[in-house]
Write a protein of this length. Structure first.
Ligand SMILES: [Zn+2]
Length: 401
C-alpha cells in the first residue's frame, strides 16, 4: 500500500471518531473535547509523565490560566505575541489567557528567596495554553487553539548547564523509547537578532554542542535558527510511516530571568542571575496523541489501550461467569468490557477487532465448566485456554514491559 493511502487510513481525525477518542465541536472551534476513551489515553500519558518527572527530581507546579495584562507586558508577550492571544476583562481589570507557561514559573521562582544550594530547581507543569490560530489551519488534535504543554522550567547556575542538558536528553530519550520512536536532533544557534552578549551565547552553544558530542549523538546544525533569547535543541520523532514530527525542545534562556529580576544568593553571599531552561518532551499532549493515533493506526499497545480486553460470552447462559471474570480483571486494575448482546460470536469478535481492542476473551460451556477462559489476541488469533489468574499475570507483565 502506498504511504499516502496508509496515511489516510491512519488519519487521526477519522480514527478519533471511529474509536470515540475525541470530538471537535462548533461550540469551541480548535478546542478539542476529550471523550471517555480518549481521556484514558491522556491520563496514561500524564501518569507516565508524572512518574518519570518525580523520579528525575522535578517538582510539579500549576499556574493560573488567566493572568493580568501587566504580566504579559513585562514578559514581552504583549508586544510580540498579542495577535495570537485571548483576552478577558473582569472588575475593570484586563487579563490575558496564557499562551505560554513561562511567566507563571518565573513568578513561582521569585515567590521566595533562592540560594545556590537549591539549584538546579526543576519546575514541571502540565500547562493548558490558548493560542489563536486561523480557522482554516485547524486540524483535529494536530493543530488546535487550546492545548496542554508538558512544560518544564529549570533554573540553573551557568556551571550546571551541561549536566542538566545531559539529564534532559536522557529523560527525553527514555520517554520516546516507551512508544518505539526513533528521533533526530537539531541544534539551532544564534540568530541575527538576539538578546544578550555574544560571549554568553558562545558559551551556551558550546555547552549544548559538547553534551551532544560527548554522548556521541548525531545532530544537524541550523545556523541562526535559535530563539532570540537563547540557543535550542529540537527533537524530531520518526513515526511508523517514516514521517518526522517536531515534539521535544530544550531551550536555553538568558533573557527571561533578567526581565523578571530573578536572582539567587551565591556562595559569595551576592545576588546572581540564574539561567532558565525551557523544555518540553511531548510538546503538546493533544498533538502527541494525534501522532500516537497515526503511529499505531489506533491499535494501541496494551498499557495505552482504552479497553484492554473485551469479554465475549457465547450465549446468555455464559454471562454470569463472564461478569465474574470481568470483576477479577477489574480488581487487577485492568480495563475490561463485556459484550453481552445477543449477537453471533463471530460478529462480536469482528467488532472488537475493528475497535482495535488488544485482547478478546471468549466464554463458552468449556470455560465455565473448567473455570478458564479462551484468549484471543488482536491480529494473532487464538492463544488457547488460560486460567483467570494466568491471564492477569500475562497482561500485567505485558503492561510493565
Ligand atoms: Zn517556557
Amino acid at each position: 500500500m502506498s504511504n499516502q493511502l496508509e496515511a489516510e487510513k491512519r488519519n487521526h481525525r477519522k480514527l478519533g471518531q471511529e474509536l470515540e477518542l475525541f470530538a471537535s465541536m462548533e461550540e469551541a472551534p480548535g478546542m478539542p473535547f476529550f471523550l471517555p476513551k480518549g481521556m484514558i489515553i491522556r491520563n496514561e500519558l500524564e501518569n507516565l509523565w508524572r512518574r518519570k518527572h518525580q523520579h528525575a527530581g522535578y517538582q510539579e507546579i500549576k499556574t493560573p490560566i488567566m493572568m493580568k495584562q501587566e504580566l504579559w507586558e513585562q514578559s514581552g508577550h504583549w508586544d510580540h505575541y498579542h495577535e495570537n492571544m485571548y483576552f478577558s476583562e473582569v472588575d475593570n481589570q484586563n487579563y490575558a489567557i496564557k499562551p505560554m507557561n513561562c511567566p507563571g514559573a518565573l513568578l513561582i521562582f521569585n515567590n521566595k528567596r533562592r540560594s545556590y544550594r537549591e539549584l538546579p530547581i526543576r519546575f514541571a507543569e502540565l500547562g493548558l495554553v490558548h493560542r489563536h490560530e486561523l480557522s482554516g489551519s485547524l486540524n483535529g488534535l494536530l493543530r488546535v487553539r487550546s492545548f496542554t504543554q508538558d512544560d518544564a522550567h529549570l533554573f540553573v547556575r551557568v556551571d550546571q548547564i551541561e549536566s542538566e542538558i545531559d539529564k534532559i536528553l536522557e529523560l527525553i530519550s527514555d520517554f520516546y523509547s516507551h512508544f518505539g520512536f526513533d528521533y533526530k536532533l537539531e541544534l539551532s544557534t544564534r540568530p541575527s537578532e538576539f538578546m544578550g552578549s555574544e560571549e554568553i551565547w558562545d558559551e551556551a552553544e558550546m555547552a549544548l554542542k559538547s553534551v551532544l558530542d560527548r554522548k556521541g549523538l548525531n545532530y544537524q546544525i541550523n545556523d541562526g535558527d535559535g530563539a532570540f533569547y537563547g540557543p535550542k535543541i529540537d527533537f524530531h520523532i520518526l513515526d511508523s510511516l517514516g514521517r518526522s514530527w517536531q515534539c521535544g525542545t530544550v531551550q536555553l534562556d538568558f533573557q527571561m530571568p533578567q526581565k523578571f529580576n530573578c536572582s539567587y544568593v551565591g556562595e559569595d553571599n551576592k545576588l546572581h542571575l540564574p539561567v532558565m531552561i525551557h523544555r518540553a518532551i511531548f510538546g503538546s499532549l493533544e498533538r502527541f496523541m494525534a501522532i500516537l493515533i497515526e503511529h499505531f493506526a489506533g491499535a494501541f499497545p496494551l498499557w495505552l489501550a482504552p479497553v484492554q480486553a473485551k469479554i465475549i460470552p457465547i450465549t446468555d447462559s455464559h454471562i454470569d461467569y463472564a461478569k465474574f471474570v470481568k470483576s477479577e480483571l477489574d480488581r487487577a486494575g485492568l480495563r475490561i468490557e463485556v459484550d453481552s448482546r445477543t449477537e453471533k460470536v463471530g460478529l462480536k469478535i469482528r467488532e472488537a477487532e475493528k475497535q482495535k481492542i488488544p485482547y478478546m476473551i471468549v466464554i463458552g460451556d468449556n470455560e465455565v465448566g473448567n473455570q478458564t477462559l479462551a484468549l484471543r489476541k488482536r491480529n494473532e488469533g487464538n492463544l488457547g485456554c488460560l486460567t483467570v489468574h494466568a491471564t492477569i499475570e500475562q497482561f500485567l507483565k505485558e503492561i510493565k514491559g
